[in-house]
Design a binder for this molecule. Structure first.
Ligand SMILES: Cc1cc2nc3c(=O)[nH]c(=O)nc-3n(C[C@H](O)[C@H](O)[C@H](O)COP(=O)(O)OP(=O)(O)OC[C@H]3O[C@@H](n4cnc5c(N)ncnc54)[C@H](O)[C@@H]3O)c2cc1C
Length: 314
């Protein structure tokens, strides 16, 4: 890879959008954790995004697409390469009768409210998922018995140099994993969702009900990444962690929440290394007590292969 000064100078010659160097990712992750990235780019348009991706691919510059950073643990040393924020170039919402097409940068809670205003339901249970449409499609996010691919009709994405629209039937998805989008060259641009005509008062009530459950059961007042582990088949990661007596287990400013054992919260100045150590410890204790290997739901970014290996990745 060329050095950062050369890369940013090159990018400035063609890029339409905002660029910054050494941007602290702690300002862009829900955890409020993460070192800097070499370059942070907010393209204004899809064309600007495509040009930027093309430059990065041709010059061997690593790219990471960031949503709201609500399912990420970014290492304390940060990410080398370009982090791309789609909040400006992919921020549209188009309604067509009972369908909505939403840009990848649209925030899920806002989308739910916009649909509610049009008496369109089917996604009200997602109101408390603090991510973007792109992140929700990538993760097949879900809650209260429903997941994004239950309502997804098609996904529009950048695949290298071409733009593709694939129907749900062509996309390989499962619980909190979409194999089709494992390929980092695939950048989700938008998704079309199928909604249902529903009385607005009913939708408002349901949304408030789901938000109340969340407030009662999750430590949403503290920075976190939501559930750290996926639920193993037929069980709940939170139940297993709690049964091991790990609630309150802490490292530095990171602690396993007393309210929800699968949330590891940042109580102050937690480092990524603190959270990683709690993850490693929790996996080891649960494995010893129950023989179950907990699989990560949170995405780890910018860690060394040794660090990833310690939590069963890479
Ligand atoms: C308080 C709290 C509650 C939560 N509750 C839930 C819940 O109920 N259910 C649930 O499923 N999750 C939940 N989460 C986790 C998280 O909100 C979801 O996984 C969400 O979908 C992540 O979206 P994001 O935009 O923040 O993605 P990010 O965290 O920014 O990124 C996640 C992954 O998606 C990739 N990505 C993002 N955008 C794109 C794109 N356009 N194209 C390609 N790849 C992309 C990133 O590269 C990364 O690999 C919760 C998190 C928190 C903090």
């Amino acid at each position: 890879m060329k050095n950062t000064v050369t890369v940013i100078r090159d990018i400035r010659t063609f890029f339409k959008g905002r660029l910054s160097e050494n941007e602290p990712l702690s300002a862009h992750t829900w955890y409020q954790i993460g070192g800097p990235c070499s370059i942070y780019a907010i393209p204004e348009t899809t064309d600007a995004l495509i040009q930027l991706i093309h430059y990065c691919r041709s010059n061997g510059v690593p790219v990471f697409v960031l949503g709201k950073g609500s399912n990420l643990l970014v290492s304390d040393s940060g990410i080398s390469g370009v982090v791309i924020d789609l909040s400006e170039c992919c921020s549209f919402t188009d309604f067509d009768e009972m369908r909505v097409t939403a840009g990848a940068g649209v925030q899920v809670p806002k989308l739910v409210l916009d649909c509610e205003k049009k008496s369109l339901g089917g996604i009200e249970m997602f109101a408390g998922i603090p991510g973007t449409v792109g992140g929700a499609i990538k993760m097949n996010a879900g809650c209260h018995g429903k997941e994004f691919f239950d309502v997804t009709v098609s996904v529009n994405f950048l695949d290298g140099d071409s733009i593709e629209t694939w129907p749900k039937s062509k996309i390989e998805f499962s619980y909190r994993h979409v194999k089709t989008f494992d390929d980092p060259a695939r950048i989700i641009l938008s998704a079309t969702l199928q909604l249902e005509k529903t009385d607005i008062a009913v939708l408002t009530e349901k949304r408030k009900h789901f938000m109340k459950i969340r407030q009662q059961t999750q430590p949403i007042n503290l920075p976190s990444s939501g559930s750290v582990f996926k639920n193993p088949a037929g069980d709940h990661a939170a139940r297993l962690i709690d049964a091991c007596g790990l609630k309150g287990y802490r490292r530095g400013g990171a602690v396993i929440s007393e309210k929800h054992a699968n949330f590891f919260v940042n109580e102050g100045n937690a480092k990524a290394a603190d959270v990683l150590e709690i993850i490693r410890h929790t996996q080891a204790v649960v494995k010893k007590q129950f023989g179950i290997k907990l699989e990560l739901e949170v995405k780890l970014v910018g860690f060394t292969s040794e660090e990833l290996h310690s939590v069963g990745l890479a």
